[in-house]
Design a protein around this ligand. Structure first.
Ligand SMILES: C[S@@+](CC[C@H](N)C(=O)[O-])C[C@H]1O[C@@H](n2cnc3c(N)ncnc32)[C@H](O)[C@@H]1O
Length: 604
């Protein structure tokens, strides 16, 4: 009797799905009503509406990915009904794909799976490629191979030829494992590496390689990125491809670079007992490359004004003063800004006054001083106790004396102190760590700086991407960091000493809270670089680049490739590339073979 009551024909006529559809249209029906119409009849002990409700409830949002096998697991559903449902879903999807093909946006692995839902039931292995445009909109879905995936048979050409034809920005590959286990085989891993490497050469990013099987899916993107399922492929506004995560050696990219023999001679100034601008240890300082750089600049560029927008030590600007009338200097570090004000500033200063103050500072003995902020943190670590007491005392004294000093004199004293600190620091040259020693020499000795002559100068301490929207120069020299090493963290002791706001310091390396963290050291470096180039108002752009990429350590890997730089610059103007073999900064982990320094010159 109960069973009879559940039969559909016992429902009031208006509630029956078919009648409801005819009277009120499909919008009035629930999902289970619509499915009930499709099923037509119930099964033994369950009327069609109950059956439909059960299916909708069981699969929920995964309904569009239901397979015949999934349906057969529901008691009472036979092959005919399973095929009815699966075919209807496929039919709708097919039309949807055809009609809206240009508008399917692939945001994450879930989107990929629902586009390739039929693959996991295949008895043979398939390799499918989704070709995407720059907005991750699907351009085309193509079957690349059917049958066992074999690295010796699969040629990247089969994947990338259509990508070039379709003007595709990136691709996603989907492969099925008929065994039911989605775990990648050794062969899969080799193939992924081969394809990702080819993609890097072609400039077509391989966003993901997904293995789909009855027992689940495996996304290389999610696993390598170490994130949860369904995280979007776009991170921090930037598309992330597999190449960014894989420890793959950069493919050799033959760039048409001219080797330039220097014909420019630079004779460093020598002034006894004075500090020259280049007398400091600084990662990426172009001091040793300056002749080569100006051989190129003098030959390729012209004009009156020169902007050094990631100036670091400022050495490039110091040489530029010999060839350009107007110099613009910028770096977002406080210590670099103080150094530029001291060496390049055009404010008044009195040499005798500076010399006498420095003489007084050199007559101070650490033993006579109390502990201070600087010695409390850094004593016996980055410096000897006595030296750190003197450094802290001198810095405090400069601040107290500020009203008796011109702005130029104030910065000159700070710069002298910074160079002295660099000379005596118990480190390899930066402040990520200090040597563990039983005793450190007390060798504090300050010298005055020897300023650089310049006609016209503008000094900034800004984020370069913001600055370039406000300045204009004939030549803009661009030398950003290219790996994840943050300058503000490496030179934190100099930053703390310059700012002198005595922050709380943390960890073994005694660093302050992060400030001035560069986007050029992050995953979105490429976007920032493209934005920078777009906004620069100049006749010539000169960009330095070095291939630290071969390094084994992730932090040494470049965030932007040579090829990407060239592509971005070519959009701005005709670009030439110059090359020089050069040995660079080594923290012990870097492979020096084939180490090259490049200079791009773009005529806008
Ligand atoms: C490779 S170094 C430049 C070296 C310099 N050409 C020299 O010869 O000394 C890069 C410099 O860019 C600065 N920098 C990094 N990101 C910056 C940003 N977003 N805005 C301003 N300066 C930045 C760093 O502080 C660092 O001094």
């Amino acid at each position: 009797m109960e069973e009879k009551k559940n039969r559909i024909k016992d429902l009031p006529k208006i509630e029956r799905p078919r009648e409801k559809f005819l009277k009120k249209g499909p919008e009035a029906l629930s999902k289970s009503d619509l499915l009930a119409i499709l099923l037509g009849s119930g099964v033994k002990g369950k009327n069609v509406q109950k059956l439909a409700q059960q299916i909708i409830k069981k699969f929920g949002k995964a309904f569009l990915n239901i397979t015949v096998d999934d349906l057969l697991k529901i008691s009472g559903i036979g092959q005919v009904k399973a095929l009815q449902i699966a075919s209807a879903i496929s039919l709708v999807k097919r039309f949807y794909e055809e009609e809206k093909g240009n508008e399917i946006v692939i945001k994450n692995s879930k989107d990929v799976i629902s586009l390739t839902y039929d693959l996991r039931d295949k008895k043979k292995e398939y390799l499918i490629c989704l070709y995407l445009n720059a907005r991750n909109v699907l351009i085309k879905k193509e079957t690349i191979s059917i049958g066992t995936l074999d690295k010796s048979l699969l040629h990247p050409r089969e994947i990338f030829y259509p990508a070039v034809e379709l003007n595709s920005a990136s691709i996603i590959l989907v492969h099925n494992h008929p065994t039911g286990d989605p775990t990648p085989s050794k062969e899969d891993n080799t193939i992924v590496e081969k394809i990702v490497q080819a993609g890097e050469i072609m400039g077509i990013s391989v966003i993901d390689f997904i293995i789909t099987a009855k027992n689940g899916n495996y996304s290389f993107h999610e696993v390598l990125r170490g994130v949860d399922e369904n995280i979007d492929y776009v991170a921090e506004g930037v598309q992330v491809g597999l190449f960014d995560f894989l420890e793959i050696k950069k493919p050799t990219y033959e760039i048409d670079a001219k080797k330039i023999k220097e014909n420019y001679f630079y004779i460093p100034q020598v002034k006894q007992n004075h500090i020259q601008l280049h007398n400091r240890r600084y990662i990426g300082s172009k001091h040793k490359l300056i002749e080569w750089i100006f051989s190129v600049i003098n030959k390729e560029c012209g004009g009156d004004s020169f902007a050094d927008v990631f100036a670091g030590t400022g050495i490039v600007s110091a040489i530029a003063t010999k060839h350009f009338k107007k110099i613009i200097l910028n770096d977002f570090l406080y210590s670099n800004y103080a150094i530029y004000q001291a060496f390049f500033g055009n404010g008044e200063w009195n040499k005798n006054k500076i010399d006498n103050i420095i003489k007084d500072y050199n007559n101070i003995y650490g033993e006579d001083l109390e502990d201070n902020y600087f010695s409390n943190y850094f004593g016996g670590k980055y410096f000897s106790y006595n030296s750190s007491k003197i450094i802290g005392f001198v810095r405090e004294n400069i601040e107290k004396n500020k009203n008796n000093l011109t702005s130029r004199e104030y910065y000159m004293l700070i710069a002298s102190l910074l160079y002295t600190v660099d000379k005596i620091a118990n480190t390899v040259g930066h402040y990520d760590a200090y040597f563990k020693k039983d005793s450190i020499n007390d060798d504090f000795f300050m010298k005055p700086i020897d300023p650089v002559n310049v006609d016209e100068i503008s000094i900034f301490r800004e984020d370069t991407n913001l600055l370039v929207k406000k300045i204009k120069a004939d030549v803009v020299y661009i030398d950003p960091p290219y790996n994840s090493r943050q300058y503000s963290r490496f030179y934190h002791v100099l930053e703390t000493l310059t700012k002198w706001d005595k922050p709380k310091l943390h960890g073994v390396a005694l660093k302050p809270d992060p400030e001035n963290m560069s986007d050029y050291c992050r995953i979105n470096a490429k976007t920032r670089f493209a934005e920078l180039v777009r906004y620069i108002d100049a006749r010539y752009l000169v960009v330095s680049y070095n291939n630290t990429y071969d390094s084994k350590s992730n932090s040494s890997k470049n965030k932007i490739t040579l090829q990407e730089i060239e592509k971005i610059l070519q959009r701005k103007g005709k670009t030439k590339v110059f090359e020089k073999d050069y040995k660079y900064f080594n923290a012990g982990n870097t492979n020096f073979n084939n180490h090259k320094e490049y200079l791009f010159v773009t005529k806008v």
